[in-house]
Design a binder for this molecule. Structure first.
Ligand SMILES: *[C@@H]1O[C@H](CO)[C@@H](O)[C@H](O)[C@H]1NC(C)=O
Ligand SMILES: *[C@@H]1O[C@H](CO)[C@@H](O)[C@H](O)[C@H]1NC(C)=O
Ligand SMILES: *[C@@H]1O[C@H](CO)[C@@H](O)[C@H](O)[C@H]1NC(C)=O
Length: 396
């Protein structure tokens, strides 16, 4: 798979040079050095999020058509650009910081970017893919593209804001970029991409370092634009998700006690190990920024493997889906139409109670699961360094 190409590198170089010359007032010293866990709450004025469907609040829907009903029904009472029955972890993050839900950068309608923007889209990878969304299911808005969009947003928002009136009430202040929280939840699709192109686990492992090099590059560009507080989720146990287990053949010996596929989870853990190393490197390279690495993998695996203990049922079964061992069929996904006995019906919610379901549609988590995950990570218990979300501007 030919991923990184000269064109991308060239573009990065051009953007970078242009911006070193431009006149952003990047307020220095935004992350605050504290010894031994001190420091008050951070008062983040905005969140800028980069990611895939785990944190897409309307990006892919704006570009390629809405996530259909019954997505969104539990909380938003209708489609809300999210692949879930309700809120995502990023929504709970925004809520807990006292900020409104993030508008998708791509969403031209009804958006308010005063408190940040969301560049995530479902199907996004870190490395640009070589196929269209239609061919492969992967979004064209890979992390480098999300960075171009952020770049465009930062530059033009200030120009437009200066026109005053309603524009001043839709866009952030220049200073907010350096005080904002920059959140990341991306990488899962880089792993599945290899498998979906019939690569072996060894071949997938082999390209992980390149994926993370590209991740670091983007984080550094954001830093160059004033970003100082970075909150980085690792990738979840993708081997416990129906869409992977159903699509990629595994042998009986490759299933763990919980029923998850071990090779995919091993690759996810390998990715996370390398991501953690990348974050350590970023701390060295960018000593005036605060980096929080959040072990979402362990939280999600705990939830799936101890579902009953945490009040959930059928951890490997999709709530909204149709057929097969996992109530999942990639050709008849949640919200699609199928013919049964000559009658067209919608693939809808088949679990009785989504508030005790973990998996929503075979790929994504339910609102209840997202809330549970958020509740575990907000305190810092799964973070390195172990500081709570609202102190993630402090360096350690
Ligand atoms: C994309 O990359 C994969 C893996 O290298 C390759 O098998 C496939 O043919 C490529 N597709 C296109 C359209 O170039
Ligand atoms: C956008 O949201 C902010 C608060 O987050 C609010 O102050 C502002 O009035 C909103 N803009 C519009 C045009 O409603
Ligand atoms: C992967 O292998 C399957 C089964 O042999 C085949 O149907 C499919 O087209 C292959 N996919 C790619 C992207 O090469």
């Amino acid at each position: 798979m030919e991923f990184p190409n000269c064109f991308t590198k060239l573009l990065f170089t051009i953007c970078f040079s242009l911006f070193s010359l431009s006149c952003f007032s990047v307020v220095p010293q935004l992350a605050y050095a504290t010894g031994g866990g001190g420091g008050g709450p951070c008062h983040f004025p905005a969140i800028f999020n980069f990611g895939d469907s785990n944190s897409d609040t309307g990006g892919l829907s704006a570009a390629f058509g809405q996530a259909p009903p019954p997505n969104g029904e539990s909380y938003f009472h209708g489609p809300a650009g999210r692949y879930s029955d309700g809120r995502l972890v990023i929504d709970f993050i925004a809520e807990s910081l006292g900020l409104p839900y993030l508008s998708a950068y791509l969403d031209a309608l009804g958006s308010n970017f005063t408190n940040g923007a969301n560049f995530a889209t479902a199907g996004s990878t870190i490395r640009p893919q070589n196929m269209t969304l239609h061919q492969s299911g992967f979004s064209p808005f890979s992390l480098n593209v999300q960075y171009y969009q952020f770049n465009d947003f930062q530059r033009r928002s200030q120009y437009i804001r200066n026109q005053g009136g309603v524009f001043a009430r839709l866009l952030p202040n220049a200073e907010d970029f350096s005080h904002a929280l920059y959140t990341f939840d991306i990488g899962q699709n880089d792993l599945t991409a290899g498998y979906f192109f019939n690569m072996t686990t060894d071949q997938v492992r082999e390209y992980v370092p390149d994926v993370l090099d590209q991740f670091k590059t983007v984080v550094k560009y954001i830093y160059d634009h004033g970003g100082r507080s970075f909150w980085i989720h690792n990738t979840g146990p993708v081997g416990c998700l129906p869409y992977v287990m159903d699509r990629v053949p595994i042998t009986a010996g490759q299933v763990d006690k919980v029923g998850c596929a071990t090779p995919f989870n091993e690759v996810a853990r390998y990715y996370n190990l390398k991501l953690k190393e990348a974050v350590v490197q970023l701390r060295k390279d960018l000593p005036s920024a605060a980096f929080t690495y959040v072990d979402v993998y362990s939280v999600k695996y705990e939830l799936i493997s101890q579902a009953k203990k945490h009040g959930f049922v059928h951890p490997l079964k999709a709530c909204c889906g149709h057929g097969g061992k996992y109530n999942f069929n990639m050709h008849h996904g949640c919200g699609s139409k199928i013919k049964v006995h000559g009658k067209e019906i919608m693939v809808g919610k088949s679990c009785k109670d989504p508030t005790v379901a973990i998996n929503w549609d075979g790929v994504h988590y339910t609102e209840a699961a997202n809330k549970w995950v958020f509740d575990q990570i907000v305190s810092g218990a799964y973070s390195d360094p172990p500081i709570p979300l609202n102190k993630a501007c402090h360096m350690h």
